[in-house]
Design a protein around this ligand. Structure first.
Ligand SMILES: [Zn+2]
Length: 271
């Protein structure tokens, strides 16, 4: 179900100017293609995670939120370069290969930590992309279907992040982005819309695109153990791990095992 705005609310959520709005995907369409494709074959293993629960789901979430110019900002600033980095058929250019070329700092519980200070432009693009998805998810909550329609207000950060996304302000010092690249491709098809707390500080909002898990922390008090391992910090770190070592994985696996097909998959062999 897509909410079509009336003439009166045709105002871009990002630049706030009255302009025709574009149909905006919460997670860019290209990521769904990767999620459905495994080793070059189109397959039915798209796992969508809504509210921290996994399910087979072919539906793409979209709504009218941004003007054409702001859609372009989001595309060029984050979606396109991150999409390209997720393409693991492109040797040496994929995010996994680029991380493996960095100096390794530490290994802890199966998670490898790499010094990301020489990761290049993709570092800022990953941060921008993560913030754009979480901001869009929060401000557009009325547009998304039932599973993501619960309001997760960003409070004063909503304005700061809006100006960050427009290139007018730096990322607030109390907003941090953690990026975990998934080492093995076998389950890289997982794609999930943001989920996280509605209360407390810092709030942690997590979402997945094929092969990368993003967490955006919003709030002043961030435990040092997390602060030292974020990509957005002054000493940026990127994580690499096999899916089974990921903190969220065991919880997700349980809900994945119980997953019910939704959308076109409900009529397929998976039903
Ligand atoms: Zn705009």
């Amino acid at each position: 179900m897509i909410h079509k705005p009336s003439q009166s609310d045709r105002r871009c959520a990002l630049c706030q100017s009255p302009a025709p709005l574009q149909l905006s995907h919460l997670i860019a369409r290209g990521f769904y293609k990767y999620a459905r494709t495994y080793e070059g074959e189109e397959c039915e293993t798209l796992v969508s995670v809504h509210g921290g629960m996994a399910q087979f789901d072919s539906r793409q979430i979209s709504g009218y939120l941004l003007c054409r110019q702001c859609e372009g900002l989001f595309n060029d600033g984050g979606e396109k370069p991150v999409l390209k980095a997720c393409d693991r058929s492109n040797p040496l250019k994929s995010i996994e290969d680029r991380v493996l070329a960095l100096p390794r700092l530490d290994v802890l519980n199966g998670i490898e930590f790499y010094d990301a200070s020489r990761l290049g432009p993709i570092r800022g693009q990953l941060v921008y992309f993560a913030v754009s998805v979480v901001w869009r998810w929060s401000v557009g909550y009325e547009l998304w279907p039932d599973h993501s329609s619960v309001r997760h207000p960003l409070g004063p950060y909503e304005g700061h992040l809006r100006r960050f996304l427009m290139g007018e302000e730096p990322l607030p010092s109390s907003v941090h982005v953690d990026v975990q690249v998934i080492h093995t491709y076998s389950n890289a098809g997982m794609l999930g819309t943001p989920f996280g707390q509605t209360k407390g500080s810092p709030r942690a909002y997590t979402f997945w695109v094929p092969g990368i898990r993003f967490t955006v922390y919003i709030g002043k008090v961030l435990p040092p153990v997390i602060r030292e391992h974020v990509l957005s910090g002054s000493r940026p770190v990127v994580e690499l791990c096999a899916l089974e070592y990921s903190r969220h994985f065991s919880k997700l696996k349980k809900s994945f095992d119980e997953a019910r097909p939704v959308g076109k998959f409900a009529q397929s062999d998976l039903a």
